[in-house]
Design a protein around this ligand. Sequence first.
Ligand SMILES: [Zn+2]
Ligand SMILES: [Zn+2]
Length: 152
Amino acid sequence: MKLNQPLNCHCSNDKPILLKGSNPLSPIICIDCKNPVSLENVNITNKLKALLGKWAQIYHSIFTLWSDSIEYKEWAKKQLLDETGEINIEGLELAQQLNESRKIYYWMFQDVSDKNYILPKHCPFCGASLELILNNDFRVCHPCKVAYPDKN
Ligand SMILES: [Zn+2]
Ligand SMILES: [Zn+2]
């Protein structure tokens, strides 16, 4: 194995994937093994690939401001938490388009290090109850295709 070579998912192509902008290797990871999923296995157009790359870059910049800065930390957290803010709306739209070729859930950032964080019982978008998927430490809304992390 080459160093710095991202480990790719080798699960079957019918496994759902996650769109998680904060992931350092790739914004598209397998919902089961959590490794990056090769975009060839997602079957997306070049246009969508470009949009996804651009979105991931911006998402990651905001995420870095949250995780690594002091001065911009609160600002960045607000953007990431805002379900109807630009970065999440764009992410949700991308996920919706990707979902046409492969089942995908959109990872909704939560500050799990915040002791006041509690996993919502119901989906903030539609009110359905959030459900476990595989053996993961997060829950999803199946109709809205969003994922919320459990408390640490
Ligand atoms: Zn996998
Ligand atoms: Zn929902």
